[in-house]
Design a protein around this ligand. Structure first.
Ligand code: TXE
Length: 485
């Protein structure tokens, strides 16, 4: 059985207490590996290593740090298949999706921030001919990075790359559900000769290893991606310690589908935005609001396409969806659907666990599910399911559409389908969400601000926004007289 080790101070080391957690394969439900059940003592070791490595790392020229990030990107790219297989086996997504989305994006994260750091600018303010103000951006020290299980390498590297580029060192705590690609990344960091202690990976439970990282006095900033409820726990822990925090949290993303839309494009993209990665992407669509006049036709065509989605072996090229990440998550999703049924909402397709084939009967598979509701209030419309479940609800007019879209505690993303530019422009302004797509989905420019409004997050990451988060800016004021010209 594969046994993962922590990567601390440039060495692969077992957890000090010698305890391990089982790692399950969603495809079959079998235990296929183990990861450290790290404690605060392991986190202390990792933070001490990162702290010791910080002075030399921050003193490097930006080009020198950038060169390390380019080497890491190249090394991951060379092992793309290995990473894709590990990601799929750990998280459940089809291998072809890991190969086409997750791993290439992780490579891009390193390359993007290697370049971004070379273009980062500071400011100057000339108060008078004798008074000059200029700012300096300084890395903050040991960055605490906590990442989730849905896009394991993609979201972990979205934190590691800017943190290191900006001159910080890091202690990362990946999700205990998906440690495999983080471990492969540690092997890459070792291979490329990243100076020891610059990036450390500690595996284990959130409430143990994660909490120790959040509470550590030598970790001045925490970047967290995960559940909104977990963020509340982390926030309570970090606030009295005056830590800088970035929260990328859950969403309940609406798609507004107006009758004048390009119907084929709206159907094709919305099926993908609803069920890609088994619906386990924070940016996935989960609430479809359709203009009344279009509702019957849209619903019929949408359900027809959803029924054609293949839920199957993640190792198979023609599977669109693999299993959910864990038995607990499968139960959580099934519970949401069951309660929607008992509240009288119609399940138009899916709604149950599935077994693609006998050999996979113990895997965590769930059918893509469409539920019809008449209003925006029920639990299924308010709570993040984070699985292959979407609702379809009519709206009367523009005002009703925007009101329904804004009717949850979340504000992460939204998509608008219309050919009317005025309507798109105003709806994008009226909808409370950090990321709005018009007639498309998941089109990403890594320079733009990424993050949620309301309970979907705090802060923005991406491009210079990330580099700002991972640095502190000071102002220096010089009085320059003319006495010694
Ligand atoms: O996240 P958790 P999970 C949402 C989605 C999902 C829910 C829970 O609704 O169902 O979050 O998912 C660590 N102190 N999203 O269980 O529990 C934990 O070990 C410090 C949306 O993955 O929040 C893991 O590494 N760390 C999100 C990470 O936090 C703690 C993507 C996330 O775990 C901790 C994923 C603690 N007290 C889930 N408790 C998105 N926006 O992409 C847990 N952790």
């Amino acid at each position: 059985m594969d046994r993962i080790l922590n990567y601390i101070d440039g060495a692969f080391v077992p957890p000090l207490a010698g305890q391990y957690l089982d790692n399950h394969e969603p495809r079959t439900g079998a235990v296929y590996g183990q990861l450290p059940d790290s404690t605060a003592a392991d986190v202390d070791r990792a933070v001490a290593a990162a702290k010791a490595a910080f002075p030399a790392w921050q003193a490097l020229k930006r080009q020198e740090r950038a060169q390390y990030l380019y080497k890491i990107a190249d090394a991951i790219e060379k092992k793309l298949d290995l990473f894709a297989k590990a990601e799929s086996r750990d998280q459940g997504k089809p291998i072809h999706l890991a190969r086409s989305m997750d791993i290439p994006r992780a490579v891009e994260n390193f390359r993007f921030f290697a370049g971004a750091i070379l273009h980062q600018q500071e400011k100057a303010f000339q108060t008078s001919p004798e008074v000059l103000n200029y700012t300096r951006r300084e890395p903050m020290g040991v960055a605490g990075l906590i990442s989730p299980w849905n896009l394991p390498l993609y979201l972990l590297t979205w934190k590691i790359a800017p943190a290191l580029a900006a001159g910080n060192t890091a202690v990362a705590k990946p999700s205990e559900l998906t440690p495999a690609t983080a471990f492969l990344l540690a092997e890459v960091l070792d291979e490329v000769g990243l100076p020891k202690g610059v990036c450390n990976l500690v595996f284990g439970l959130g409430e143990k290893a994660g909490d120790a990282l959040v509470a550590h006095p030598d970790v001045p900033l925490i970047s967290f991606t995960g559940g909104t409820e977990t963020a509340a726990v982390i926030g309570r822990r970090a606030a009295p310690l005056y830590k800088k925090i970035s929260f990328e949290l859950g969403g309940k993303n609406p798609a507004l589908i107006f009758a004048d839309c390009d119907l084929d494009a709206a159907l094709a993209t919305t099926v993908r935005s609803s069920f890609l990665n088994q619906g386990e992407i924070c940016l996935c669509t989960s609430r479809l609001f359709v203009e009344e006049s279009l509702l019957p036709k849209f619903t019929e065509l949408f359900v027809e396409r959803v029924r054609q989605l293949k839920v199957g072996d993640p190792e198979s090229q023609d599977s669109f969806m693999g299993p959910l990440v864990s038995a607990e998550h499968q139960d959580k999703v099934a519970g949401f659907v069951q309660r929607a049924r008992t509240q009288g909402h119609r399940v138009l397709c899916g709604g149950e666990r599935v077994t693609p084939q006998k050999s996979l009967e113990k895997g965590y598979y769930f059918a893509p599910t469409v539920i019809s509701t008449d209003d925006a209030s029920p639990e299924i419309m308010q709570q993040e399911v984070f699985g292959p479940v979407v609702t379809i609800t009519p709206f009367r007019d523009y005002a009703d559409a925007v009101c329904k879209a804004n009717s949850t505690r979340y504000g992460l993303a939204a998509t608008i389908w219309t050919r009317n530019l005025e309507r798109a422009h105003h709806a994008a302004a009226d909808i409370k969400a950090g990321q709005i797509w018009v007639n498309t989905w998941m089109l990403r420019d890594l320079r733009v601000p990424f993050g949620g409004m309301k309970d979907s997050g705090i802060g923005r990451e991406g491009g210079d926004y990330s580099l700002e988060f991972y640095t502190e800016e000071k102002n220096i004021c010089l009085q320059l007289g003319r006495n010694q010209l």
